[in-house]
Design a protein around this ligand. Sequence first.
Ligand SMILES: NC(=O)c1ccc[n+]([C@@H]2O[C@H](COP(=O)([O-])OP(=O)(O)OC[C@H]3O[C@@H](n4cnc5c(N)ncnc54)[C@H](OP(=O)(O)O)[C@@H]3O)[C@@H](O)[C@H]2O)c1
Length: 349
Amino acid sequence: MPPHPPIRIAINGYGRIGRCFLRALHASPHRAQFRIVAINEPADLATIAYLTRFDSTHGVFPGKVEAEGDYLHIDGNPIHVTHATTPEGVNWKEHDIDLLVECSGRYTGRDELTRFLDAGCRRVLLSHPGQSAQDVDLTVVYGINHHAITGGERIVSNASCTTNAIVPVLDLLDREFGVEHALMTTLHSVMNDQPLIDGYHHADLRLTRSAMQSMIPVATGLSKGVERLLPQLKGRTQAKSVRVPILNVSAIDLVVSLRRDVAAEDINRLFSSAARRAPAGLLAYSNDPHASVDFNHNPHSATIDGSQTRTIGPRLANLFVWFDNEWGYANRLLDVASYWRACFAKNGR
Ligand SMILES: NC(=O)c1ccc[n+]([C@@H]2O[C@H](COP(=O)([O-])OP(=O)(O)OC[C@H]3O[C@@H](n4cnc5c(N)ncnc54)[C@H](OP(=O)(O)O)[C@@H]3O)[C@@H](O)[C@H]2O)c1
């Protein structure tokens, strides 16, 4: 029996990350801590049930999925489904929500996020960064600063998937060798904000181009995200992001200038030993000859590919970091929810 009754969870926006979060929770040994009681998603219930059962990236759902009335049943447990596009469009109070996991990506400012609290949710966990650090009570990368959660927060951001992948790497490099400058290039699998063939996008010309035909450089807030977590690197990082035509799994090509002389072997030794000590699921290390698909459904925030570590001159290094942007990230959302729950459950819900 868990030490506290399960907390009541809602998912707002049941797309790639919302559905991966439900799956990660279903697969988790800690699932008795949580009960998903509500999902709010514009799509109709039959499609929601269908995409819960069948997933082109992560396979067939291992539990029983049924749709009936306004409810999605997972292994017989009912989840009330609504289709609102505003925080006030759902009667959250009726569902007594301890934690809303916001996975639509539509709400980033404090004013709009507070609307969920005003509408009856006790807390909001974001699957993306806040517009600024001040728009949320805390931005967390699990394994780096989750101990800063006190339980008193109302809005917490789980940062981005790329921030979760690169911050543990930069943090370790900085502590061991000192990071002077860091240049990060993310190779990111396609997302649902891209069309399959050319189509209109109202804010970004590059997102008008066929996702499956091109590598497409897109805007990224990674540098800002890194500096939010590692303020000592402020003004010393830069980032680019390229969407690549694969369904899932991403990588970061990291170029760092360091403050001490290093060889590739020193870097690999550092990360292989850190991976052995890291809590399960956070940091991994491999020397195998990988292709990206090897990391599909991998729960780690980051895997250092030791076969790709290079140095030139005494202090310039290049690392390659793999991560499953969906499954790794959904598992970190769950880790943060679990840690936050332990903090606030002590003082009642
Ligand atoms: N995919 C990744 O690898 C990844 C990793 C980490 C973080 N994230 C972040 O997580 C967020 C979601 O990404 P995603 O890839 O899961 O996107 P997605 O697949 O497009 O899912 C978002 C879902 O939210 C729905 N939605 C739109 N407006 C809504 C509203 N007002 N209320 C409730 N639901 C609404 C969308 O419906 P419509 O399609 O009808 O608009 C869609 O089904 C983004 O902020 C993204 O940056 C994504």
